[in-house]
Design a protein around this ligand. Sequence first.
Ligand SMILES: Nc1ncnc2c1ncn2[C@@H]1O[C@H](COP(=O)(O)OP(=O)(O)OP(=O)(O)O)[C@@H](O)[C@H]1O
Ligand SMILES: [Mg+2]
Length: 281
Amino acid sequence: MGIQFKDVSYAYRGLKVNYDAIGHINLDIKAKGEFIAIVGHTGSGKSTLVQHMNALLLPSSGVVTVFGQDLPPKKKEKINHLRQKVGLVFQFPEYQLFEENIIKDIMFGPKNFKSTEAEALEKAKRAAQTVGIDESLYEQSPFRISGGQMRRVAVAGILAMEPEILVLDEPTRGLDPKGRRDLMSIFKKIHDEEGKTIILISHDMDLVSEYAKRVLVLDEGKLVFDGPKEALFEHPDFDQFHLDLPTPLKIMKHMSQSLGIPYVPTYDFNSLLKYLKEVKA
Ligand SMILES: Nc1ncnc2c1ncn2[C@@H]1O[C@H](COP(=O)(O)OP(=O)(O)OP(=O)(O)O)[C@@H](O)[C@H]1O
Ligand SMILES: [Mg+2]
């Protein structure tokens, strides 16, 4: 079932004028097996778009369908349960940590969705394990751990609700390179092992190129590209998207132009190195 957008627009209401943030978006996202990156300039509507996926925002016009339920809902239809089905990790999620210790913070979501204390604890422990938060940290205050660990606790809080789809709004922003890699490998593991659909907003084209299968490009609230990453980076009018090429592709282009090495697109550093070794042999 997944998530469908049919001609969806959203305008933030201002005092005098409304501000159109996204316009006429059509999308079909499968419940399983997708790894989608959403890219585009600051202010292009990425966060606005994803907040429609779990009914935090309701379309000004058009219809979003989340696991079979239409939004805006018909009168009396409950939509809260959609927040459990589609887990959304906000930009800088650590600002929302608030409990006295880590394990209670992770348990908050499942308890909110009617798990008993024991079930919530079980789910929280599983989520903590998935993100690599050790048991010895459970009783610690979430405000006394490193930035990278806080981010992981916040992600665990969403995972503990056992969402079917995981939506991440710039999850690696502000982390150091190791923190970024560690977090991305957690998402990749969840995707590979559980087949969960992952939707990731990112400005980091190297991460997008390494991890995403499909890319959505937003430009001033319009969806200007939706397709496999291979098609995006080889697009004849790539420049019109105002995006950076991922570094491995930049290096590949450069080597092929200046050294005459046959151009073969590679989307991460390991594949690039492997290819260059083969060419050299
Ligand atoms: N609460 C709000 N009220 C009014 N306008 C808003 C609000 N939130 C966002 N906007 C405007 O809507 C547009 C889209 O914003 P959005 O936050 O979705 O962009 P974004 O692509 O996520 O940007 P960034 O990369 O900076 O996070 C922007 O022009 C923004 O100024
Ligand atoms: Mg944003």
